[in-house]
Ligand binder design. Structure first.
Ligand code: ZN
Length: 220
C-alpha cells in the first residue's frame, strides 16, 4: 500500500499525485474527498508511483553533510572525493579523482570554485555549439538557480545554473543546444524540438536524465 507523505486539500475537483526527486508522494485532493477515496486512488496509481520512485532512487544523489570531508560529487560525469586540507586553493587531482578543498569556509569556497569553472566551461561550449548551429547570442551568465537548468531571454541572453556541472558532458551539451535553439524559436513547438534533434538526436534520453536527477539541484 502506498502511504502519502503529504495531502494537500484545495478547491479542486480531481485527485492527482506527484513524486518528488527524493521519492516523496504528494496527493492533491478536493476539500471534502474521503480518505478511503485517496487510498484507492493511490492503489490505482501504485505501479506508476513505484516506477518513479525507482527511477529517482537509481539517480542516488548524495547530499552533502556539514563536514565535506569524503563527500563525493560528480563533475561532468566524473566522480571526485573531497579532501579537506590546510591550504588556500582548491585543486583537482584528476588521476586520483580527488578535489582538495581548504578546510576554512570549505563549502563557500567550493561553490565559488564550481561557479567559476561552470562559467568558463559553459561559455566555451556555448561558443562552439552556436557556431555549429549558426546562431548568435548576446551573453552567457551562470546563476545559482535551483528551479531550471538553463534559460534564454527574449534578447538571447543565455543563463545556466552552475549545478549543471554535476551532469555528464552529453547532458550539459543538450541543455546548451536547447537554449541555443531558443534563439531561433522562443517556444517549445515541434519546430523547436526538430532544431534540437538536429544537433542532439537522442535528446529525449538526455532530457530524461535531468528529470531523474532533479535532486542534483539540492546540492549546496
Ligand atoms: Zn526551453
Amino acid at each position: 500500500m502506498i502511504q502519502p507523505d503529504t495531502i494537500i486539500r484545495s478547491a479542486r475537483k480531481t485527485l492527482s499525485v506527484s513524486i518528488d526527486c527524493f521519492g516523496r508522494v504528494t496527493v492533491r485532493a478536493p476539500m471534502r474527498c474521503a480518505t478511503e477515496r485517496i487510498f484507492s486512488f493511490l492503489a490505482e496509481k501504485e505501479s506508476w508511483i513505484r516506477k518513479k520512485q525507482a527511477e529517482f532512487a537509481a539517480a542516488s544523489v548524495v547530499l552533502p553533510a556539514d563536514n565535506l570531508q569524503g563527500y563525493t560529487l560528480s563533475i561532468l560525469g566524473k566522480t571526485y572525493t573531497v579532501c579537506l586540507y590546510e591550504g588556500t586553493l582548491i585543486t583537482m587531482d584528476r588521476d586520483k579523482n580527488r578535489l582538495y578543498v581548504p578546510t576554512k569556509n570549505a563549502r563557500k569556497r567550493l561553490v565559488a570554485w564550481l561557479k567559476e569553472n561552470a562559467k568558463r566551461i559553459f561559455m566555451e561550449q556555448t561558443a562552439r555549439l552556436a557556431e555549429r548551429m549558426r546562431v548568435s547570442y548576446k551573453s552567457v551568465a551562470v546563476s545559482t538557480a535551483k528551479s531550471k537548468w538553463g534559460s534564454c531571454s527574449h534578447d538571447d541572453a543565455l543563463r545556466y545554473t552552475f549545478r549543471l556541472l554535476y551532469a555528464p558532458s552529453e547532458v550539459v551539451e543538450y541543455v546548451i543546444i536547447h537554449e541555443l535553439a531558443h534563439v531561433k524559436h522562443k517556444n517549445h513547438s515541434p519546430l523547436f524540438w526538430a532544431e534540437v534533434a538536429k544537433y542532439a538526436p537522442d535528446y529525449k534520453t538526455r532530457r530524461k536524465w535531468l528529470k531523474n536527477h532533479a535532486a542534483l539541484m539540492e546540492i549546496f
